[in-house]
Ligand binder design. Structure first.
Ligand code: FES
Ligand code: FES
Length: 151
């Protein structure tokens, strides 16, 4: 058994230390933010923050986690969304929404390091996050809005 720290709270974990963090977040903590997409670290749907860095939880053994985990649920609430969540809602930047956890989590970490990005920087930052619905232009618009930049 180990302990992980998620969204400001400590949780005892039953799973084996090699279990992917994503599975623990979904199955033991019953969180709905991080999604299972590829399970191979290639799509970004499962992205969480570990000590503020965007990481792919599907390929991270829970026993290897050191530090504070933040999931989509830890960013904001429906009543008080994080500015990036609000921008995605305002821009209606989702179709099925499955990729949006990863888009939002990656964007939050990206904008901390690059607060006023240009379009090329935004596209590069989200290049590894896949969206099968083709919502890319609205996602780009949402990130611009969150950063307060124009095209
Ligand atoms: Fe983790 Fe695809 S589910 S990167
Ligand atoms: Fe459906 Fe991106 S909105 S995968």
């Amino acid at each position: 058994m180990s302990t992980i720290h998620v969204n400001g709270r400590a949780h005892k974990v039953q799973a084996d230390s090699q279990t992917p963090l994503l599975r623990v977040l979904q199955n033991e903590l019953l969180l709905k933010g991080p999604k299972y997409g590829c399970g191979l670290g290639q799509c970004g749907a499962c992205t969480v923050h570990i000590n503020g860095e965007a990481m792919r939880s599907c390929v991270m053994p829970v026993g290897a986690v050191r530090g504070e985990i933040t999931t989509l649920e830890g960013l904001g609430t429906p009543e008080k969304p994080h500015p990036v969540q609000k921008a995605f809602i305002d821009a209606q930047a989702a179709q099925c929404g499955y990729c949006i956890n990863g888009m939002v989590m990656t964007t939050v970490a990206f904008l901390k390091k690059t607060p006023k990005p240009n379009d090329d920087q935004i596209k590069a930052a989200l290049d590894g996050n896949l969206c099968r619905c083709g919502t890319h232009m609205r996602i780009l618009s949402a990130v611009r809005q969150a950063a307060g930049v124009t095209a």
